[in-house]
Design a protein around this ligand. Sequence first.
Ligand SMILES: [Zn+2]
Length: 166
Amino acid sequence: MILTAIVDSIEPAALPIMTTEEILKEITSRDTTMVWKAACEIISLGQNRDEILPLITHINEIKETTRGLSMGGGFAPNQRFLDYALRIIEFHKNNSSCTCKLYLDKYECNDPNKEANKGNIIIEDITRFEDRWIDYYITKCQKCGQKFKTIEREGHYTWWEWTSIK
Ligand SMILES: [Zn+2]
């Protein structure tokens, strides 16, 4: 239980960068803390096709070894990190369209500020409630120019929902 609380409090982007070998070793370890860490690393690298490509040939191995793991988590199950990490690898395996499509996934922790810091998007505008709290961002993919409305909400944690703007 204590471990789960710690895991909940660490954000994906706060982790040190891992090599592909380290990611693979940890995500197939069946140690749920290591699996979670590796999944967060994959999420953090999600927009970088070159970093994800070496994992594609291991997708079946990763699925096999992570099946049935009890990932824990309270209000926000940690399983969502693993599931999204697997969908990211699948996306890069099956898709040649721009990686910004991954922001449209139901995964709700793609922080536009972190994505902007990584150079993946630019934040063009921010609309606030009562001049204070953020309602939504207008964001733009740095690779293909696709624009998004990125809603920010606070619950038990901050989450975002991305929808593409035509
Ligand atoms: Zn794009």
